[in-house]
Design a protein around this ligand. Structure first.
Ligand code: MLZ
Length: 265
């Protein structure tokens, strides 16, 4: 169950190491979150990053904000750290000579945007500039190594931060593989992505770290074929689900049925 996951025990049981904090573009002490639900701010539209829109804080978790663009629906919420460069106090856009834009998928006619904006901002509780934090600088280079553990946003379920392993390196990019999920949620991101955190981050911020998944790496018994998922290289603490190194990351399409069963049969 969530809340019972212990990194200390997990690292010990899997014989793995945490990526050093210096690898990440995150502050050494997570920024305090003084935002309140209902506060308004300016945010980049994640679906149209050249647009600056009005957003409302609809939830808070650790050092992150759950944001909803005003004039959008409730199906496109997104999460930002309080020290994200993609959020700013209301008025910032205008100061820089820009104009606030309707979000992609604005639910009204485009011609009603000026009036909508006026009404949205009238009497709104605006997040004060002192509760925004400066984004930390990026580390100079990608110093992650394959096998290192970290905490990472599940981009398919961005409210979740989950235990993960560096699966591969590709220049400035890191393959984030989610432990116990057989590759289904894995992604490449830049080493200085704001979606990856050192081990212990959630414990510090109070964000809710999900436990690793329980997807076994290979079926333990014969009688069934694998389900066809590409597997992550993540190690699983349960000793029963290990597999020989030669089988790691093999794609099901390349597995011969006889060979696959031959190990155990
Ligand atoms: N409901 C989803 C959550 C998966 C979360 C995985 N995080 C790496 C599922 O069970 O598929």
């Amino acid at each position: 169950p969530a809340g019972h996951f212990s990194w200390e025990k997990y690292l010990r049981e899997t014989g793995t190491v945490a990526a050093p904090a210096s690898c990440f573009r995150q502050s050494a002490t997570p920024p305090v979150n003084e935002f309140k639900a209902g506060m308004k701010l300016e945010a980049q539209d994640p679906r149209n990053t050249t647009s600056t829109c009005i957003a409302t804080v609809v939830g808070l978790t650790g050092s992150r904000l759950r944001l909803r663009l005003d004039g959008s629906d409730n199906k496109n919420d997104f999460w930002r750290l309080v020290d994200s460069s993609e959020i700013q106090p209301i008025g910032s856009c205008e100061k820089k000579g820009g104009m606030l834009q309707p979000p992609l998928g604005f639910r009204l006619n485009a011609s009603s945007w000026p009036m909508f904006l006026l009404k949205t901002l009238n009497g709104a509780e605006m997040a004060p500039s002192r509760i925004f934090h400066k984004e930390p600088p990026a580390p100079e280079q990608n110093s992650f190594q394959v096998g290192m553990k970290l905490e990472a946003v599940d981009r398919k379920n961005p409210h979740f931060i989950c235990p993960a392993t560096v699966g591969a390196l590709r220049g400035a990019e890191v393959l984030v593989t989610f432990d116990g999920w057989r590759g289904a949620f894995d992604y490449y991101c830049r080493y200085d992505s704001r979606d990856i955190f050192p081990v212990g981050w959630c414990a510090l911020t109070g964000d809710n770290l999900q436990p690793p998944g329980t997807k076994a790496v290979l079926p333990k018994s014969v009688g069934g074929l694998t389900d066809g998922s590409v597997e992550s290289q993540a190690m699983h603490p349960s000793p029963s689900v290990g597999r020989p190194p030669g089988q790691r990351g093999r794609k099901p399409g390349k597995v011969k049925v006889k060979g696959a069963l031959g190990d155990k049969a």
